[in-house]
Design a protein around this ligand. Structure first.
Ligand code: ADP
Ligand code: ZN
Length: 364
């Protein structure tokens, strides 16, 4: 039960190895890239569970791995986190032609990718994502970043990994809420471009989330394949790659309005954001309402939120949400860019959306 997907980026092409137990092959897979000391960057939570097995397989392959353990959470995706990490990498004496391994969720992947991208003007890095969100989204495609006080992910660069090893068995220790939030990005691929995949998720998504490892491998591999294909055609997001932002303009606004707190984690914001994108598309007469209802039914069936009212606490004000959207980095020429839908599996990019319709959807 394993699949390999190639991200076709010419001389920067790389493989994503998806499988239950893929970590056992990390030594063989990473050996050709390793040189000198190889730092393994992780966070304290992941270190407590999954670091030692990785160090063991690397040791068996005679790779001189050295752990660097960061604090868990967004706090590490910062200038302070970057300073700490790059200092540790330099102290370890990472070779300019060497390798840095990221073992963790999106935070560790984004931070390590960025640090590797600027360290000695760029060293190679490998991604071993440990959250569902990171396996299907952030570990693939080369976007790396830290946060600025002005906003999230504003300081970063494109730096493609040399290899991604996505071991779905690592997800068994992930808190249920994190697993579900990552699943929102899986459902996103069906919604944005593959109605057949969405149909498969309706039949098997809950199984994958419930621990059926063949189903989870398929869900992760198919998501990675879709992202890989889009990234290969539009690495720098000048066009089609923007489709991957389905649900994210609304989602980011909801995250901002709830203070990027525990009230709403990223994937949950994306789930509600996608439901809002469907609603807006229906309101504008672009999408059949049955498709929007079907999408909501699936989110509900797996246990994801799909309405603003599902967020605990005070409902964010419409004006606040609109202001947050205007601050989003995807704004260009003062116009809000939305990903809307002509139906399930048929997303498109537009910046031609009347603000009144957006407000109505946010108030409903
Ligand atoms: P994401 O991948 O969702 O962007 P993070 O990198 O912040 O997010 O990871 C979410 C949380 O889950 C963090 O607290 C992290 O330490 C923890 N975590 C990551 N992977 C695992 C895992 N496989 N098992 C248990 N906890 C994990
Ligand atoms: Zn996302």
């Amino acid at each position: 039960m394993s699949e390999t997907i190639t991200v076709g980026l010419g001389e920067r092409a790389y493989d994503i190895h998806v499988g239950a137990g893929a970590l056992a092959r990390a030594g063989d897979l990473l050996k050709p890239l390793a040189r000198g000391v190889v730092p393994v960057v992780t966070d304290a939570n992941v270190a407590g569970i999954h670091l030692q097995p990785l160090l063991d397989v690397l040791d068996q392959a005679s790779i001189a791995a050295r752990p660097v353990v960061m604090a868990p959470g967004e706090v590490s995706k910062s200038f302070a986190g970057l300073e700490k990490l790059s200092g540790a990498l330099l102290d370890l004496g990472v070779d300019r032609k060497g390798l840095v391994i990221a073992l963790g969720g999106g935070v560790i992947g984004d931070l390590t990718g960025f640090a590797a991208g600027v360290l000695k003007r760029g060293v190679a890095f490998a991604q071993i994502p440990t959250t569902l969100l990171a396996q299907v989204d952030s570990s693939v495609g080369g976007k790396t970043a830290i946060n600025a006080s002005q906003g999230k992910n504003l300081i970063g660069l494109f730096h493609q990994p040399r290899i991604v090893i996505a071991d779905t068995a690592l997800l068994s220790t992930l808190p249920r809420r994190e697993l579900l939030a990552g699943y929102a990005e899986v459902a996103k691929y069906g919604a944005l471009g593959d109605a057949k995949f969405f149909e498969w998720l309706e039949a098997s998504g809950a199984k994958a989330l419930g621990g059926d490892s063949a189903a989870m491998v398929k869900a992760v591999a198919h998501s990675c394949r879709m992202k890989a294909d889009i990234v290969a055609r539009d690495e720098r997001e000048t066009g089609e790659r923007a489709l991957l932002n389905l649900g994210h303009t609304f989602g980011h606004a909801l995250e901002a309005a709830t203070g990027f707190s525990d009230r709403l984690i990223h994937g949950e914001g994306v789930a509600i954001g996608m439901a809002l994108a469907f609603r807006l598309s229906v309101k504008l007469g672009l999408c059949p309402s049955q498709d929007a209802e079907r999408f909501n039914r699936h989110l509900k069936a797996v246990g994801l939120p799909f309405a603003i009212a599902d967020i605990p606490g005070n409902r964010p004000a419409v004006d606040e949400l609109v202001a947050a959207m205007a601050h989003d980095k995807k704004v260009s020429d003062g116009k809000l860019t939305f990903i809307l839908l002509k139906g399930l599996g048929q997303a498109f990019v537009t910046c031609d959306v009347p603000l009144e319709a957006v407000k109505e959807v946010l108030a409903a």
